[in-house]
Design a protein around this ligand. Structure first.
Ligand code: UTP
Ligand code: MN
Length: 531
């Protein structure tokens, strides 16, 4: 008996090192960490492997992504003391400190069970002098975050660290910094001392160090040197090309390519998207103004309406949240009669193209099929709408746009434009005038147009509310909504649908408000989703 047992334990130990990469994670939003203290190494290894086998995400080390800490025979205060000694966490109110009973029940149920009071490790109340200055719920989708950020210096620093992590394919670290930045963005006033941060969620040790540096010295050395580093600057330049992601940029940098000039001279084969991205590099890296977004809206509305009268065009993305500038313009198109929207994209795109409004376009077809049973978890978060990534050619002169729209342009009797349409292209010429780029130097006359990234998405009417919620952003707000749904409600949310695992059925909605209600959340309007 004894030898068999021993053999098992050692097998488990060796397996656990490599099993993580192989196991499929079914519940990505709950990131577990088993505390070895009092549990012992072999039991921990066994439970780790068991969890992974059942599709749980169990971390070996206490990384920034961990959301659940599981302890056996430890008090809440003991775990808190241990956490504080780990450099990382400080006061991580968002971390669940749980008794092993939560883990065993979850293993038994085959999914993360709802966290009840009896699962939580009890901690002693804080004394009054330590009481939190600010309180904040831990999910960004439970908070109101306007464009009025009271801590831009701190959030810029954390966002830069997040961006660098994402560009280096360290998504977990990226999310941790994004969450920390989002907490500061939601504060009602500027932070002036570390004491004010006590009790706030999502502020990991690393984020706290950066904040402390800035509060004490006016800047963070880490952030400063990162910003100036050759690698970061090269990553920024290269991923600034439409169609170039972090992986491609990294490969090019390893080939010694740091600039556009070096890329052009390298003889690397570029995709059609990347060629267009390189060609219009300067325009596409200049922020799009709200006025330009409105002009494009009108063009899209006129074209869509002429293809299929009664269609609805909605501006979404950052502009719907009230941003004054963006990196692109996002539209959602639908028709109140379900099914009428089929094939709409192709017609809209070819009409835009024939009227001279497109420099580039790539369409993807709708591949969404609602399954009878529970949705397939691995692919549920993918967006499957009929979609078009495009680069618009927006004339700087509105008269030119009117000419291009030609007979599509709605003219009331008498041939005078009505008020709505007359607004079509009132806009000051864009900032891009007089700019020089490597590309444009050969061009003698200033361009009469400007390239702008536009995303068009067609949604069936029955999915429109989900599409709107999914495409309004911010990216972190969306991520947190999905994490909330999965972790707190055992539901799966994407831009097509909401599935309730407890009831085993899809929940319908015709407005964003209804979706928030299904999720048990207070409605947050778009202007307060700027997390
Ligand atoms: P964007 O990347 O356009 O971001 O995605 P944004 O908030 O509008 O900001 P800027 O100003 O353009 O940079 C808009 C929303 O669309 C969703 C994102 O999650 C985001 O919420 N989206 C984007 C998808 O759902 N799928 C995609 O493939 C791309
Ligand atoms: Mn956008």
């Amino acid at each position: 008996m004894v030898p068999l047992k021993r053999r098992k334990v050692s097998e488990i130990n060796t397996e656990s090192k490599c099993s993580k990469a192989n196991a499929t994670i079914k519940f990505p939003d709950a990131v577990l960490f088993l505390l070895e203290r009092k549990m012992g190494a072999s039991r921990r290894a066994f439970l780790t492997q068991l969890g992974r086998k059942k599709g749980f995400h169990v971390e070996e080390i206490l990384s920034e992504t961990v959301t659940h800490i599981i302890a056996e025979n430890n008090s809440g205060d003991e775990v808190r003391t241990w956490l504080n000694s780990q450099d990382r966490v400080g006061h991580q109110a968002s971390l669940h400190l749980l008794d092993i009973s939560w883990f065993t029940e979850s293993m038994h149920s085959g999914h993360p069970v709802q966290i009840l009071d009896r699962h939580r490790l009890q901690e002693e109340e804080q004394s009054d002098s330590e009481a939190a200055v600010f309180t904040m719920p831990s999910y960004a989708c439970q908070r109101r975050t306007t464009m009025d950020n009271k801590n831009p210096i701190l959030t810029d620093a954390l966002s830069l660290l997040a961006e660098n992590a994402e560009l280096s394919n360290q998504d977990g670290r990226g999310v941790a910094f994004r969450r920390a930045a989002a907490v500061l963005k939601a504060l009602p006033e500027a932070v002036t001392s570390m004491k004010q941060l006590k009790g706030l969620p999502c502020l990991g040790g690393h984020s706290q160090r950066v904040i402390k540096d800035i509060l004490e010295n006016g800047a963070s050395d880490e952030v400063q040197s990162l910003r100036q580093s050759e690698r970061y600057q090269a990553l920024k330049v290269l991923t600034g090309i439409f169609g170039v992601g972090a992986k491609t940029a990294d490969r090019w940098i390893r080939d010694g390519i740091h600039t556009l000039q070096q890329l052009r001279e390298s003889g690397h084969t570029l995709t059609r998207t990347q060629q267009a991205g390189l060609e219009h590099y300067e325009d596409l890296n200049m922020p799009v103004s709200k006025a330009e977004a409105d002009d494009i809206s009108k063009i899209v509305e006129v074209v869509v309406d002429s293809v299929l009268p009664g269609s609805q065009v909605a501006l979404t993305g950052g502009f719907r949240r009230g941003k004054q500038t963006g990196h692109d313009v996002d539209f959602l198109i639908t028709h109140p009669e379900e099914g009428k929207e089929e094939g709409l994209m192709t017609k809209v795109v070819s009409l835009l193209d024939s009227k001279g409004f497109l420099l580039y376009q790539q369409m993807t077809r709708n591949s969404y099929v609602e399954s009878e049973d529970a949705p397939a978890l691995a692919s549920f978060h993918m967006d499957r709408f009929e979609r078009c990534f495009s680069i618009f050619k927006l004339p700087k002169d509105r008269e030119e746009s009117l000419k291009q729209l030609g007979s599509l342009y709605p003219k009331p009797a008498g041939g005078v434009c009505d008020g709505r349409a007359g607004e079509v292209l009132h806009r000051e010429t864009s900032q891009s005038q007089g700019s020089h780029s490597e590309v444009q130097e050969e061009v003698k006359e200033p361009k009469s147009w400007r390239a702008i990234r536009v995303d068009l998405v067609v949604s069936p009417f029955s999915q429109f509310a989900f599409a709107q919620l999914g495409w309004t952003g911010s990216k972190l707000f969306e991520r947190e909504l999905r994490r909330w749904a999965g972790q707190e409600k055992r539901m799966s949310l994407n831009s097509h649908a909401l599935y309730d695992s407890k009831q085993g059925k899809y929940l319908q909605a015709t407005s964003e408000e209804e979706i928030f209600t299904h999720l048990g959340l207070e409605f947050i309007p778009p202007s307060e989703r700027n997390a």
